[in-house]
Design a protein around this ligand. Structure first.
Ligand SMILES: [Zn+2]
Ligand SMILES: [Zn+2]
Length: 350
């Protein structure tokens, strides 16, 4: 089968630059296109013929070594495909021919205190799809049956529209839940890529009275934000007309944390929806935290988050804006994602 494989981290590190702050263009061709044997389906697993796979900023974090994964590796954790084969010891929940999705949570132990309390995203044995388990930048992939999501074929959304919901949507939705948004609140979104543009649509459906303020350096992204129903969109250095009750930071920029906190109302809360920041975050207690302002990060995603987001999206016709690429164009897609040059989400059609 055709697959895009990560064999080594970006050359940025060979130049002796600090791993956390590579703020440099992506290596020209970070993934190699290869012919690999079709994976063998193991116990409790299913084999999936991949149809679409979303490209996520986390893939850049993996390529550049900020997120540790096992190499060589097939990336890709927003997978939509059809079940081709079911392995031994599966429960019969999914059948050959079913349309299924696979998200970042590829496996968790199910027995630790985090897993038992609904926080499987914090499981210390957590395995990420396209990180500890080969992912969907390939014609076929295997996934644990319990970590697949059945998606109705007549759901109204195409495979390439479902794909971005599985990480950009689901993790953004987790951030939204952690932000504890309520009717009438003013919500700030910092950065307007794949995740924020889905979450804007979700907020518009679930909390029509919430005012959305979007901060982005890209005029094109600010336009999209207004089109999707944001009340206000400006440059991160611009001051919004009102203070924010809640904020979600989607950017890899460390300084955005202090900027968002500065704009929070008393008692406000900031949720940071990124795996790694690429520049330092400096906080001043009085300026950024005093008056009961809160900060929280988002780590991974639970199956419940994915299921809820998929159901909200299918019910309310939440539709990501998508730019599609062929598998052979994966390196081009990654480069555009790194440069925040995609309007909405980038998805590989396979
Ligand atoms: Zn992701
Ligand atoms: Zn666990």
């Amino acid at each position: 089968m055709r697959a895009a494989v990560l064999k080594e981290h970006s050359e940025v590190f060979a130049e002796g630059l600090p791993r956390r702050y590579p703020n440099l263009p992506l290596k020209e061709e970070p993934l190699d296109l290869e012919d690999l044997p079709t994976p063998e389906v193991g116990p409790n697993q299913v084999l999936i013929r991949v149809k679409a796979c979303g490209v996520c900023y986390t893939d850049i974090d993996i390529i550049e070594g900020r997120v540790e994964c096992s190499l060589p590796l097939v990336l890709g954790h927003q997978i939509v495909g059809r079940v081709e084969e079911v392995g031994f010891e599966t429960k019969g929940r999914v059948k050959v021919g079913d349309r299924v999705g696979v998200a970042w949570i590829g496996w968790s132990c199910g027995t630790c205190r985090f897993c038992r309390s609904g926080l499987e995203n914090l499981c210390s044995e957590f395995k990420g799809t396209g990180c500890h388990i080969n992912g969907g930048y390939a014609e076929y992939t295997t996934a644990y049956e319990d970590f697949t999501y059945l998606i109705p074929s007549e759901g109204g959304l195409e495979d390439y529209e479902i794909a971005p919901l599985l990480c950009a949507g689901a993790v953004g939705y987790r951030a939204l839940k952690l932000a504890d948004v309520r009717d009438g609140f003013r919500l700030g979104l910092f950065g307007f890529g794949a995740s924020a543009h889905i979450i804007t649509q979700v907020v518009r459906k679930l909390y029509p009275s919430v005012e959305i303020y979007v901060f982005s350096r890209s005029e094109e992204h600010r336009d999209l934000a207004r089109k999707l129903g944001a009340e206000w969109a400006g440059h991160p250095q611009e001051n919004p007309p009102k203070k924010l009750d809640r904020a979600i930071d989607f950017t890899p920029v460390g300084e955005m944390v202090s900027r968002a906190l500065e704009l929070l109302e008393r008692g406000g809360k900031l949720v940071i929806n990124v795996i790694r920041k690429q520049t330092p975050t400096n906080l001043d207690y009085v300026k950024h935290l005093w008056m009961e302002r809160e900060v929280k990060s988002v780590a991974n995603v639970t199956r419940k988050d994915v299921k809820e987001l998929l159901s909200i999206a299918l019910k309310n016709n939440v539709k990501p804006e998508v730019k599609t690429f062929k598998l052979e164009e994966v390196n081009k897609a990654l480069k555009l994602v790194k440069g925040a040059k995609i309007r909405g989400s980038a998805v590989l059609l396979i």
